[in-house]
Write a protein that binds this ligand. Structure first.
Ligand code: XIL
Length: 339
C-alpha cells in the first residue's frame, strides 16, 4: 500500500526524531491521495497523522444511515501502517453537517441521530482511534455578550444537554478512548478570552458533576500575531484543568498572518516568534499530550480562504513553505518538543 501511495518513500527513512511530546498534523484526504510529496512530509515529520475533514459528520454520514468510511479509513490505516498515532476529529460540531441533519426539527430526533452517529463511528474504529474530539467549538465566540454556549443546530434542539448526550454516548461506545473538548481562542489576553476560558472550565465541571468523563481539552492554537498571548492566563487555565484531572493537547496550530508585513522572511520570523510565545506559556504550565498543526505546508491551508493576506501576499500559516521546506516555525516547534 505504501509503495502505491508514496513512490520512492520506504519505511527505513520514515521514522521521525524522538520527541518528548508527539508532533502531529491534520491531513486532508484529497491531498493525501493526489500529492505524494506532500504526504511524504507527514511520513518524515509526524508522530501522529490524522484526518482533517474525513471524520466530520458530512464526510461520514452524508445520507441517513449511509456511512462512507473510505477516506477516514485510508488515513487511519496509513498512520497505523507507519506505526504512528492518529486522532478523531470530531463527533459534534456546529459546522460540516449534511442537509438532512440541518433539517431535523425535534429534540427526540436530534438525540437519536446524534447517539447513533457516535455509536456507529466509534464502533467502526474501535480502539484504532485512541482519542476523540467529542465536541468541537461549543463555547460561544463571545461569551460576554452571547454566552456561554455557541449557537448550533444541537443547541437549538437540545440545549447544553447535547454535550452531555455526546459524552455519555462516546464513553459507552469508545470506553477505552480519550475523550476531549476542542476549542479556539483559549490562549489570548483580553476579556473575551478570559470569558472563553471560564466557559470551558465551567463546561468541564458541568460534565464531571454529571459523572461524565472528560480526559483532555484541545487548545486549537489558531494564532493571530496581532493578539498577544496571555502568558499567565494560559498557564492558569492549564493549571486549573489539571486540578480538575484534565490534561490538554495543542490541536490545530497555524498562524493567521493576514495583517503581517508582505516580506516573506520577516513574516515567517514573526509567525515563528508568536508560536514560540504560545508554546512557552503552555509548556510552562504542563507538557501537552501532543502538539499538532492544521496541515503541514503552506501549499494547503484553510487560512487563504477565510483570512487572506491583506497586502496581497500569499498566506504562510504553517511550519513548511509551499515547496515543502521547513520554516523558522518548524524549528521553534521542534525545540519545544525535543527530548
Ligand atoms: C476546516 C478545514 O481545514 C477546511 O478544510 C474545511 O473546509 C473547514 O474546516 N477549526 C476546526 C477545524 O476545528 O475543523 C476547521 O477545519 C478549522 C477551524
Amino acid at each position: 500500500m505504501l509503495a502505491g501511495v508514496l513512490p520512492g518513500i520506504g519505511l527505513a527513512n520514515a521514522s521521525p526524531a524522538k520527541r518528548r511530546v508527539p508532533f502531529g498534523a491534520a491531513l486532508e484526504y484529497r491531498h493525501f491521495i493526489n500529492d505524494p510529496d506532500y504526504t511524504a512530509l507527514f511520513v518524515n515529520h509526524c508522530d501522529m497523522i490524522f484526518p482533517m475533514n474525513a471524520l466530520k459528520w458530512d464526510a461520514l454520514q452524508g445520507a441517513p444511515g449511509e456511512f462512507n468510511y473510505l477516506p477516514a479509513e485510508g488515513i487511519v490505516s496509513f498512520a497505523e501502517t507507519l506505526g504512528r498515532g492518529t486522532y478523531g476529529h470530531t463527533f459534534v460540531w456546529w459546522n460540516a453537517l449534511p442537509a438532512w441533519v440541518e433539517k431535523i426539527d425535534s429534540a427526540a430526533k436530534a438525540e437519536e441521530v446524534l447517539v447513533s452517529h457516535v455509536q456507529n463511528v466509534a464502533a467502526h474504529f474501535a480502539a484504532r482511534v485512541p482519542s476523540w474530539d467529542v465536541v468541537n467549538e461549543v463555547v460561544a465566540h463571545d461569551p460576554v455578550n452571547e454566552g456561554p454556549w455557541r449557537d448550533s443546530l444541537w443547541m437549538r434542539l437540545l440545549g447544553p444537554s447535547h454535550v452531555d448526550i455526546a459524552f455519555a454516548a462516546a464513553a459507552e461506545a469508545a470506553p477505552g478512548a480519550e475523550l476531549a473538548i476542542n476549542d479556539y481562542d483559549l490562549e489570548f489576553r483580553g476579556a473575551r478570552y478570559d470569558a472563553r476560558r471560564t466557559a470551558m472550565l465551567d463546561l468541564v465541571r458541568r460534565l464531571q458533576d454529571k459523572g461524565l468523563r472528560v480526559d483532555t481539552v484541545g487548545i486549537q492554537g489558531h494564532l493571530y500575531p496581532e493578539v498577544p498571548i496571555g502568558h499567565e492566563e494560559l498557564e492558569r487555565f492549564i493549571t486549573d484543568l489539571k486540578a480538575l484531572g484534565v490534561g490538554y493537547r495543542i490541536t490545530e496550530i497555524d498562524v493567521i498572518d493576514w495583517k503581517l508585513p508582505r516580506d516573506a522572511s520577516r513574516r515567517d520570523d514573526m509567525a515563528a516568534e508568536h508560536v514560540g510565545n504560545f508554546l512557552d506559556a503552555a509548556f510552562s504550565a504542563e507538557l501537552p499530550r501532543s502538539v499538532s498543526t492544521w496541515g503541514l505546508s503552506d501549499r494547503y491551508s484553510w487560512i487563504p480562504d477565510v483570512m487572506p493576506h491583506r497586502r496581497g501576499g500569499k498566506n504562510r500559516p504553517l511550519p513548511f513553505d509551499e515547496n515543502l521546506k521547513p520554516k523558522p516555525m518548524y524549528e521553534v516547534i521542534q525545540r519545544y518538543l525535543a527530548s
